[in-house]
Design a protein around this ligand. Structure first.
Ligand code: ADP
Length: 596
């Protein structure tokens, strides 16, 4: 069972915890006033609770025993005020922290999304979409949990421990020692359990990651699963993962579940110790112990012990947030598409002369993809790039669009070096029609409008007519308002291509790059697409990654590429006469229908 995704769990622990934590703190100064109010609220409610507890002791000793109801009523009113204001402050501080946490994480998400737009395409070929998405959602969520609650709870825990300890020491040192004595025992026991349960939790996370990876694969590969009739086998394999997750899930939860009862037990033991030690001291008249003090100690011991257990939980939340933040910062720090030179120019009206002189390029160092390419195309001409798969045709297009920058040589548009032209300017002058275009989950109208956002509905229809898409759109029940789903999954390949042609017509680029469809569509649709393409190509400089004969025949120039070099060039007739590489490709294709 080799196919599963382990990346989810591989890096739960942060590598540079301190540095990352410090960087998260960098987001805080902007919210200093909220933090200040929040710290004040936390301090108030923590000390308020400790004070109220003490008041109960005083009430027992001074008013209940003496049956002083007036005094008791006074204490009750004070208690009520403290409790009510504590709740208000609790609410206020959690509101402020939530607001801050959500605001910071919304900003981080925005930063990430902006970053996605400026990362070079090569970044996406090295990272899976799932991984990137999980960083924007899961990891950012973890940061938000930490900012929302963990930090204020840690503060509250620390203040509670200090406050209760101080009051207990003030009331009775021997009894405080009796309470504190339980702490080491508790820490050792809880430490042992959490260590074990952490192993089980990690195992559970890993199994969950495997299961998720498996589900993702089977869902995306449903077509293949069905075609090979592997439904039952896959379900059986899934059951194995599912069972493993159930087993490890039970084990981890059951183990972690021991902590709760253990804490209760320790609390009860502490009560016993407090009552016995306190009672003995009271009876023997040691240290002026009263009934009120004993009851105070019962409550304080509970308040004192709880934070130790909670701190462990909060530390976990903080650690996973820091680990998440590390992954988020990794994206934010990734190298962006290099910025345009400061003196980069805007292209205004473009004629469309394109020249590649002695262009060499490699995706990965040491492995040259294109070797010394020379190609010159005049405005309005059509050049066909022909060659076997992997020859380097798409790479030429990638360089023209400046998705990648060349290693040596020069590419010019209208005589201007494209390195000196703004990327946005090049890309808006360049239209690209890919075989498999991406359509967004939106109406057909808006999908076509993606070519030029300020196009009117009439212009959109006009473009659709020229691309021959109008015919099929008209027959859809909702016409141009049909919502496309799943990247246009509810359209046929041919229809998707016509929409992408319409998009390009609307964008009206001077230089056009066409990646002709290799997959077979029916002859009628093919004719329609061809006609749309011809409409689109008129009056522009066209680069066609050609798979079909018709375009090649009419092209002004055919460049035959093999292993990253132009091995032959000329018109169809010239190349046929040479009886070389192209001739072989062409004659082979007669039976195959496609050159690629
Ligand atoms: P064609 O379009 O002619 O089929 P390509 O230009 O896509 O060929 O590919 C040319 C060579 O570059 C191939 O060997 C391919 O493996 C390699 N290649 C393509 N894209 C990348 C990439 N993003 N990173 C590394 N190598 C790539």
């Amino acid at each position: 069972m080799g196919r599963h995704n382990q990346s989810v769990t591989q890096r739960k622990k942060p590598k540079h915890a301190k540095k990352t934590l410090w960087r998260i703190c960098g987001y805080l100064p902007k919210y200093w006033h909220m933090i200040l109010i929040s710290v004040f609220c936390t301090a108030f409610m923590t000390f308020g609770t400790i004070y109220a507890t003490r008041l109960i002791g005083v009430a027992i000793d001074d008013y209940i025993i003496t049956l002083d109801f007036r005094g008791l009523a006074k204490v009750c009113i004070v208690l009520l005020v403290v409790y009510i204001s504590s709740s208000v402050f609790t609410w206020l501080q959690s509101y402020l922290m939530l607001w801050m946490g959500q605001d910071i994480t919304a900003n981080i998400r925005k930063e990430l999304f902006r970053k996605f737009q400026v990362l070079p395409l090569s970044y996406y070929t090295h990272t899976t979409n799932g991984e990137l998405m999980s960083r924007v959602t899961n990891d950012v969520d973890n940061i938000s949990t930490m900012l929302n609650s963990a930090v204020s709870q840690v503060l509250q825990s620390i203040l509670t421990v200090i406050g209760t300890l101080a009051v207990m020491l003030y009331l009775s040192v021997p009894m405080t020692i009796a309470v504190v004595a339980v702490i080491p025992i508790m820490l050792v026991l809880v430490g042992m359990i959490t260590k074990r349960s952490r192993i089980y939790f990690r195992e559970k996370q890993k199994t969950l990651g495997d299961l998720n990876g498996y589900i993702e694969e089977v869902i995306s590969g449903q077509k293949v699963v069905k075609v090979f009739c592997r439904e039952e086998a896959e379900t059986e394999a899934f059951s194995k993962w599912n069972d493993a997750l159930r087993r490890v899930g039970v084990r981890s939860e059951v183990f972690a579940g021991i902590i709760g009862p253990l804490m209760t037990m320790l609390n009860n033991i502490t009560y016993g110790i407090v009552v016995i030690v306190g009672g003995m001291m009271m009876v023997l008249g040691i240290g002026q112990i009263s009934l009120g003090i004993i009851s105070n100690f019962i409550i304080y011991s509970k308040q004192f012990i709880r934070p130790f257990n909670e701190l462990a939980n909060q530390m976990n939340a903080i650690l996973s947030a820091v680990a998440g933040a590390e992954r988020v910062f990794e994206i934010l720090d990734a190298e962006e598409e290099p910025r345009d030179d400061t003196d980069a120019m805007e292209l205004s009206a473009m004629k469309g002369d394109v020249t590649l002189s002695d262009v060499s390029f490699s995706y990965d160092e040491g492995d040259t993809t294109l070797h010394h390419i020379n190609l010159s195309v005049k405005a309005g001409q059509t050049v066909a790039l022909v060659g076997p798969t992997g020859a380097g045709k798409t790479t030429i297009i990638n360089l023209l669009s400046r998705f990648y920058d060349i290693d040596s040589g020069k590419i010019t548009i209208d005589g201007m070096d494209i390195q000196k032209i703004k990327r946005s300017s090049i890309r808006s002058a360049l239209g690209i029609v890919l075989q498999d275009t991406y359509l967004f989950t939106d109406t057909i109208r808006e999908n076509i409008r993606y070519g030029r956002l300020d196009a009117t509905d009439e212009e959109i229809e006009e473009a659709a007519k020229l691309s021959n898409a109008h015919e099929f759109i008209k027959h859809l029940p909702e016409g141009y308002d049909t919502v496309l789903s799943d990247g246009g999954g509810n359209l046929s390949q041919g229809q998707r291509q016509m929409l992408s042609i319409a998009r390009a017509i609307l964008a009206n680029p001077s230089v056009l790059v066409l990646d002709e469809a290799t997959s077979s569509v029916d002859t009628r649709t093919e004719l329609h697409i061809q006609e749309g393409m011809e409409n689109l190509m008129q009056g522009r400089t066209n680069f066609v990654i050609a798979h079909r004969l018709s375009t090649i025949r009419n092209a002004d120039l055919i460049a035959v590429i093999d292993h990253g070099e132009i091995v032959e060039r000329g018109s169809h007739d010239e190349l046929m006469a040479q009886k070389g590489f192209y001739y072989n490709l062409y004659t082979n294709q007669i039976g195959n229908q496609s050159i690629d």
